[in-house]
Structure formats: structure tokens, C-alpha cells
Design a protein around this ligand. Structure first.
Ligand code: CA
Length: 199
């Protein structure tokens, strides 16, 4: 842990000096993949989808499946995840989630859906820029099934991108999950997770 912390602080300084693409740059230019979110968005059913709570006072903070410390709204299903403050720029707000903690992690949230209803699931996706590896994979789970496997290649994706697709609930209440598929402590990162009814 201390080694990794030291490494990240060092690399963070280097990245800061060379200037990673700023968060404010996230916009139409980087929203080239899949479907961009509509300009006017409804109320999201996801609690703490921006991972702003709890506030991290360090570069990052681990949360374990068996730990007492919790991320409101989310459950760490397997291993650990990192709530990231300044380790890398958030997609929106001040914090994001590193899905890989010390190993590939898995988080889940019970979304209060209505039964048999269409929703737009969207989120921002990037990868831990402190890698290696530059390539990481994220499984998106909906209603206890893996519905997508998304890939992040830091060599071609220098900042966050928005991912958006339609999902359908089968029951009142649907589990939504994100699971890292790449071994190691550097994997996919997510932010601004939203589930909004399709109008
Ligand atoms: Ca955020």
C-alpha cells in the first residue's frame, strides 16, 4: 500500500505537470462513441451515481467488500474498489470510481425501477491512467446479467467518454453492477452513472 501510494503521488505529479486533458474538455468532441445523452435529462434513479459521497480527503480511498466503510448507494460485491479524489481528474464533479481496487472489483446498486419499463443507462467511462495496463475491460451488469463488456484503451482514449444505452426492467427494482475484468490494481473508471426512464 505505501509503495503504491508513493508511486501514485509521484506519477500524479508528473501527469499534472504534462497536463492531462482537463475535465472541462469533456463534451461533444469526446462523446463520439455510442449515443450522447439528451440535452435535457430527467431525474436519475441512481443514488450517488457521481461518487461524490463520501468526500475523499486523500488521492484515493479503498472500499472493501467486507469492510465497514461504505459508499452510499453502492455495495462492493467482490474484492475492493477505489473512490478517487485527486489521483486522476473526475469525469464530473470532484470524484470518480476506480472499479479495480487492489484487485478487480465489483460494485452494485439496487435501482428502484418500475416493472417492465425502458430506461436509458448512461455513465462516463475511462481507465486508471496510472496503469499499466493501458487496456482494461469493464462488465456492465443489469438485472443480474452481464449485458455489455466495454473496453478502455488509454493509448487512444485520453479522457472520459460517455457510454449510453437502453435497458429494460423486468421487475420493480433492478440490480445494476459494474465489474472490472482486467487483473491488477489499474482498471476501468466510471463516473456520473445515471438511469433515467425513456420518455
Ligand atoms: Ca463524480
Amino acid at each position: 500500500m505505501p509503495l503504491r501510494t508513493a508511486f501514485i503521488v509521484l506519477i500524479g505529479g508528473v501527469l499534472g505537470s504534462v497536463g492531462l486533458t482537463p475535465v472541462g474538455a469533456l463534451g461533444s468532441a469526446s462523446d463520439t462513441t455510442r449515443v450522447a445523452a439528451p440535452a435535457t435529462e430527467g431525474q436519475s434513479l441512481v443514488r450517488n451515481g457521481g461518487f461524490e459521497d463520501p468526500m475523499v480527503t486523500r488521492t484515493w480511498m479503498p472500499f472493501f467488500a467486507s469492510g465497514e466503510r461504505r459508499i452510499p448507494g453502492w455495495r462492493v460485491v467482490r474484492h475492493s474498489v477505489d473512490l478517487v479524489g485527486t489521483d486522476w481528474p473526475a469525469g464530473r464533479g470532484s470524484q470518480s470510481l476506480g472499479v479495480n481496487g487492489f484487485r478487480r472489483g465489483w460494485v452494485s446498486q439496487h435501482v428502484p425501477t418500475d416493472a417492465d419499463t425502458a430506461y436509458r443507462l448512461s455513465f462516463l467511462l475511462w481507465g486508471d491512467p496510472n496503469g499499466p495496463p493501458p487496456l482494461s475491460q469493464l462488465a456492465v451488469r443489469w438485472d443480474r446479467e452481464r449485458i455489455r463488456v466495454l473496453e478502455v484503451d488509454l493509448r487512444t482514449q485520453p479522457t472520459w467518454r460517455r457510454v449510453s444505452f437502453i435497458v429494460r426492467s423486468t421487475a420493480a427494482g433492478t440490480p445494476l453492477g459494474f465489474r472490472g475484468l482486467t487483473p491488477g490494481n489499474a482498471g476501468p473508471a466510471i463516473d456520473a452513472v445515471r438511469v433515467v426512464p425513456v420518455q
